[in-house]
Design a protein around this ligand. Structure first.
Ligand SMILES: C[S@@+](CC[C@H](N)C(=O)[O-])C[C@H]1O[C@@H](n2cnc3c(N)ncnc32)[C@H](O)[C@@H]1O
Length: 405
């Protein structure tokens, strides 16, 4: 029996709407979720329109537990893929520029739910170039205040790399936000080590454009940067964006939905991650830099000595170990964690990102993962890692107070 003979009326109606939307250029995004097919660890499949060499295509992100794989398809190929995947996914959200069509399936029934969306500017076409700018508009005055654009809203040549980095960050951020298991529109965000605020402003702008209500605080040690960012925020009427002069290590927000720490130096990253875990943040996003803590403690395991006889290899290994311990600790505390390249090395040498989404509420850190952490530390002679120490101290404090929340 063909897939179509097996599929319900609702599925056929949904698929027809998809075909029409592609033909009429009303298609914005398709998210297929709750996959139950044969591909291990495949969680979600996202289709977006792109234009490659002036041809309209669909870019498809296969989102696995620990990595994303992107493929580009012609419309025809994409429709075949979608048809197949539809039989293996329990939910399909089709976002058009004016409506959303959600298909939900369980053993008993298939539901097709239609809702209206705000009309999006038809001129948001789908070329790769426009796709790059979709997240942020160059005409936004704050970009000029930050020194990214000139008076004609053109990128200043010396800031081109920074602009690329901001866009890449916003793309990753937007995908992560779309993946949040929350229905609330209000988001409390802290950007630890906000520097000159390029990414802090980008997040605020993007979220506002998408209809969220962001409340963002940038935390930064340097007075001049805090003053500068505060002025730019005020000038642009960004009322829920503020900057706090102080140390990441002592900043204690009351509520935190999204924790961001991009290139916060050394163990400032650990303090920021700890704050996110402690406040049960739904999302933790960091790009660690200057990994100094483990290097002096690092001892080469006997079998790795020939490889690690070179100082640079020891430094790289200590760096990898630091981030692996951070990612594992996040896993142990109920987060699904991805570690990946943030942007190509030609743009910045600080290019690794750890992205964690809270998936489980646990009473205790997962003992199996904690054992893996201990084994790794023992192998490399590591006595102390800041994130682990902070989490352990917190647990001791809670036990002392008899708190099991
Ligand atoms: C490399 S910059 C990154 C800025 C910004 N996040 C970005 O990616 O564009 C790191 C910033 O973190 C700040 N910083 C480092 N340690 C800090 C700490 N303990 N508390 C607050 N800010 C810190 C530095 O002053 C610097 O501005």
């Amino acid at each position: 029996m063909s897939i179509w003979q097996q599929s319900s009326e609702q599925e056929q109606e949904w698929f027809l709407a998809l075909e029409q939307a592609l033909a009429e250029q009303r298609f914005e995004r398709l998210i297929l979720s709750q996959y139950h097919g044969e591909q291990t660890d495949l969680e979600k499949i996202i289709f977006k329109p792109v234009a490659l060499q002036q041809q309209a295509k669909l870019s498809c992100i296969y989102r696995y537990k620990t990595q994303d794989i992107t493929k580009n398809y012609s419309f025809e190929e994409a429709l075949q893929q979608i048809q197949q995947l539809l039989s293996e996914c329990k939910q399909a959200n089709l976002l058009l520029n004016d409506a959303e069509l959600q298909l939900k399936k369980n053993k008993k029934k298939v539901q097709l739910i239609q809702s209206k969306r705000q009309q999006v500017n038809q001129q948001q076409a789908n070329t790769h170039n426009r796709e790059k700018q979709r997240y942020l508009q160059l005409t936004q005055p704050y970009l000029q205040d930050l020194g990214i654009t000139d008076q004609q809203a053109k990128v200043i040549p010396s800031m081109a790399k920074k602009w690329k980095q901001i866009n890449k960050f916003t793309e990753i951020f937007s995908n992560a936000i779309a993946d949040l298991p929350t229905q609330q529109k209000e988001l409390q965000i802290v950007d630890f080590g906000s520097g000159k605020g390029y990414l802090t402003f980008a997040m605020y702008d993007y979220l506002q454009q998408q209809g969220w209500q962001p409340h963002i605080t940038g935390v930064e040690l340097r007075h001049n940067l805090v003053e500068f960012c505060q002025d730019v925020a005020q000038k642009n009427g960004f009322q829920s964006l503020s900057f706090f002069e102080g140390d990441v290590r002592s900043y204690q927000p009351e509520k935190l939905d999204v924790m961001v720490a991009l290139h916060a130096c050394d163990i400032a990253t650990d303090f920021a991650i700890h704050c996110g875990i402690r406040l049960n943040a739904s999302m933790i996003m960091c790009a660690p830099c200057c990994h100094k803590e483990l290097r002096p403690q690092f001892k080469s395991p006997e079998v790795l000595k020939p490889m690690l006889q070179y100082g640079i290899h020891q430094t790289q290994q200590a760096e990898m170990l630091t981030d692996a311990l951070r990612a594992l600790l996040l896993n142990a505390y109920g987060y699904e964690t991805k570690v990946f390249e943030f942007i190509g090395l030609e743009h910045t040498s600080k290019n690794k990102m750890i992205l964690a989404i809270k998936r489980k509420q646990l009473d205790q850190p997962d003992p199996k993962i904690m054992a893996q952490i201990e084994a790794l530390k023992a192998m490399y002679g590591i006595e102390k890692q800041s994130l682990q120490r902070l989490l352990e101290d917190e647990q001791v404090d809670q036990e002392r107070l008899g708190c099991r929340c």
